[in-house]
Design a binder for this molecule. Structure first.
Ligand SMILES: [Zn+2]
Ligand SMILES: [Zn+2]
Length: 424
């Protein structure tokens, strides 16, 4: 492995005083800060030759940086070494008995993937390994925009940030020693999930799901560990699109992490459709359930995300599996909710599928890995088995809406187990 110094992280207590030294006295230039909501920290990067300095400022009293400063005072916090392939680097180190804090890589700032080496292995220094956003077409796309072609349709995976949900609830009957290896929980037992809506460009421009959106308050953001530092507005813009360009918004179902972005709060405080020209398409059964929630599903259905669509006259309900625009069909899966649907995209002999919460992450491709949130888990099982056989036979490109690292991949069988890989 080849490791290159990327940056040196410095925990600061008094940012103004730190800027007086690093910027004014040393004459270094400071980049606009980047806020990492999940870590409750603001990072100020300072280019210094080949590498950077990074001033780390806590944004809350319970931030890991605040705790560090309380305990040891401001100063050197970590150094970051950049590697080409973080998976290879980690197994190289593990083979040599190096103790890691992270057993699997996780998303870092600006599209990177990171993992920490334990300070006891690095002679008292906290070392972060970092792999920059990958050029590889499919893997490690947690922030990067990724474009795919299916016949004469263009598919663009976008991002509305990350949320954290209870790890146990995300994996149902799977015991924690198993799921925690693939999805390491935080101190509140939550795991990180991405929200990746999909754009389909063909005869018209369609957006499938829209993430959490921007209407929720600070308490909600704390409970669900929301990090929308990178969000749908930005990633749409990077795809060369504005909300006005979207003709059709299609819902897999109406849970808040899928439909939150359907609406936004206007200047007067009134909630209105986010995509001013779009028709919004929702399955009728899902609409009925969402507008008549019960005690089991009430927390997932927030009326402001979809009732304003009906009020604005932009809602279209569909009753059955059918073509929404040329090449794009909805297919009911049930399971997660009674009327949860997936989207099948087919053109020029190629097939892709946006499977939403039937297989929210790559870990969920295994039969028994079914969310505890699912209302009808045995229906999820049947839908998954049927889909997986189809996906392998037809080499379907599968989009994983909540996977923190991978936007899409192909299902395969290796050593008798269902896996996700870059090629069919
Ligand atoms: Zn859901
Ligand atoms: Zn979901």
């Amino acid at each position: 492995m080849r490791a290159v110094l990327d940056h040196v992280g410095i925990a600061v207590k008094d940012l103004a005083a730190a800027l007086a030294f690093y910027r004014d006295a040393l004459g270094l230039e400071i980049e606009p800060p980047e806020e990492v909501a999940s870590q409750r920290v603001r990072a100020h990067f300072i280019p210094a030759g080949e590498a950077n300095l990074e001033l780390l400022e806590a944004t809350a009293a319970d931030s890991p940086i605040a705790r560090y400063v309380d305990k040891r005072g401001p100063g050197l916090h970590h150094i970051t070494l950049r590697v080409d392939d973080i998976h290879a680097a980690m197994s190289h180190l593990k083979d040599r008995g190096v103790r890691m804090i992270d057993d699997v890589p996780r998303p870092g700032a600006e599209g990177s993937t990171i993992a920490f080496v334990h300070p006891s292995a690095a002679h008292g220094v906290l070392i972060e390994l970092k792999q920059s956003p990958n050029k590889s077409a499919i893997s490690n796309l947690q922030f990067a925009l990724s474009r795919f072609t299916v016949g004469n349709l263009e598919l663009i995976s976008v991002l509305d940030g990350f949320i954290r949900l209870d790890g146990g609830a995300m994996f149902g009957v799977v015991p924690k020693p198993l799921w925690s290896r693939v999805a390491p929980p935080d101190e509140r037992n939550r795991i990180t999930l991405a929200m990746r809506p999909l754009i389909v460009r063909g005869a018209r421009t369609m957006l499938i799901d829209a993430g959490l959106g921007d209407k929720e308050n600070e308490k909600f953001h704390d409970i669900y560990g929301v990090d929308r530092t990178r969000n749908l507005d930005q990633t749409l813009a990077e795809a060369g699109l504005t909300p006005e360009d979207i003709d059709i918004v299609l819902a897999s179902h109406l849970h808040f992490d899928h439909a939150g972005g359907f609406t936004t709060r206007g200047a007067t405080g009134r909630v209105k459709p986010k995509f001013p020209r779009a028709q919004y398409i929702v399955r009728r059964g899902e609409w009925e359930d969402a507008t008549h929630p019960n005690e089991r599903n009430r927390a997932s259905y927030l009326a402001d995300n979809y009732v304003p669509l009906a009020d604005a006259g932009v809602l279209q309900l569909v009753d059955e599996d059918r073509t929404i625009m040329p090449g794009v069909r909805v297919r009911r899966t049930g399971g997660h909710t009674m009327h949860h649907q997936m989207v099948v995209i087919e053109s020029g002999g190629k097939v892709a599928a946006f499977v939403a919460d039937m297989m929210p992450t790559t870990a969920h491709v295994a039969d028994a890995w079914i969310m505890g949130y699912d209302l009808y888990p045995l229906d999820t099982l049947a839908a998954k088995q049927q889909f997986a056989a189809d996906a392998i036979a037809k080499e379907i490109l599968v989009f994983f809406e909540h996977d923190p690292v991978r936007a899409a991949g192909y299902l395969g069988i290796e050593n008798g187990r269902r896996v996700v890989r870059d090629r069919p």
